[in-house]
Design a protein around this ligand. Structure first.
Ligand code: GYE
Length: 347
């Protein structure tokens, strides 16, 4: 794809140079502007709800910010789809070269992405997906297989119960779900739901905790007041897990894998949050499904391939691991593929 901004800059320089007819160095605002000639990327980030998100934003700013061949227009949607739609419309008005969208939820994007398509601006999705009738409204997507993440954590739990001789019907699980309708929530919730059906686990309750620590604490505190048999909490990210542990401890209970002796097992996702990892080191989080946030260079590679005239793969999945310090389970197999359970504190 032709870089529109470079073209416009060249045209402007040419007009100024030829029109002036003097040997004096010509200075224009465009030429002085150090972003002239750069590829302009409008990035609509969904928010700043978690440490995963902060790491993701940092990765994007490193790939497209100062000192790169790009000029980045960054907008934080503060977890609101309406803000993201406004950001995309602003990018269209600014005639950016690419729109990168990390959508808060899957539905509701048809109109605004149609507007981007009509303006001939390619859209690259990062992290979560959109559910649109016409897939040509976006060029490609890069992110994680969230359902696979969920299946891996559930398979770990299944193997753990086998190793310990815990009956499936003795598992009483609550699911602190992520932002409702987001790809990460849909995939991770589906992973748990399928495993529960397959093994006969008891799902006590499912509640939206919006991927935040405060919601995780609040929702877990409420669930602990309501139900007295919970022995596993499946947190759909690490920030929720930190909140859940605070609620468990505030209720005078213990977070840990020894559910036969009254502990509440905490399962989680991400593996980027230092506090969550330190809870894992203390045995308070039993297992974390890795979710990799470092998408900046991946999005950059997709843009480069479009710049070079290529058509990138539509869906680009990132490979991920699974973390635990518990010795009983060393490998798991999901969908015919074996994964080593990594101890993040092993050198
Ligand atoms: O797991 C969570 C964040 O969509 C993968 O969003 C992302 C999720 C991530 O808030 O921490």
């Amino acid at each position: 794809m032709k870089n529109k901004k470079t073209f416009m800059w060249l045209l402007l320089s040419l007009l100024v140079l030829t029109g002036c007819g003097s040997s004096r160095p010509v200075q224009t605002e465009e030429i002085e502007n150090e972003d002239a000639g750069k590829i302009v990327v409008g990035f609509s980030q969904l928010g700043a709800e978690s440490d995963w998100r902060s790491a993701n934003t940092a990765s994007m700013k490193e790939a497209f910010g100062d000192g790169t061949g790009y000029s980045l227009v960054f907008k934080d949607g503060q977890q609101k789809q309406t803000n993201q739609i406004t950001a995309i419309r602003t990018f269209i008005q600014q005639d950016v070269d690419y729109i990168v969208l990390a959508p808060v939820m899957e539905s509701g994007w048809d109109s605004v992405l149609t507007e981007a398509k009509q303006a001939d601006i390619p859209v690259i999705l990062v992290d979560r997906m959109v559910d649109v009738a016409d897939r040509s409204l976006y060029s490609c997507w890069v992110g994680s297989d969230f359902e696979l993440e969920g299946k891996k954590v559930c398979e770990w739990l299944h193997q753990y119960t086998l190793a310990k001789g815990i009956a499936p019907e003795d598992l009483h699980i609550v699911d602190l779900q992520g932002t409702f309708g987001s790809t990460a929530q849909l995939g991770r919730s589906r992973g748990l739901n399928e495993a529960a059906l397959e093994h006969g686990w008891d799902i006590v309750a499912l509640k939206d905790a919006d991927f935040t620590q405060e919601k995780g604490r609040e929702v877990m505190a409420q669930l602990l007041r309501e139900y007295h048999n919970i022995n596993v909490v499946y947190c759909e990210n690490d920030n929720e897990a930190i909140g859940a542990i605070k609620a468990i401890e505030a209720a005078g209970l213990k977070a840990g894998a020894d559910i036969e002796n009254g502990e509440i097992m905490v399962l989680s996702f991400d593996g980027i949050n230092e506090e969550a990892l330190s809870y894992m080191a203390q045995g308070k989080i039993a297992c974390i499904g890795e979710c990799n946030p470092h998408h900046g260079p991946r999005v950059e590679a997709l843009i480069q391939s479009i710049e070079d005239g290529g058509i990138p793969e539509k869906f680009n999945y990132v490979e991920e691991s699974i973390f635990s310090t518990i010795k009983e389970v060393t490998t798991i197999t999901v969908d015919g593929q074996q994964y080593t359970v990594a101890n993040p504190f092993d050198n």
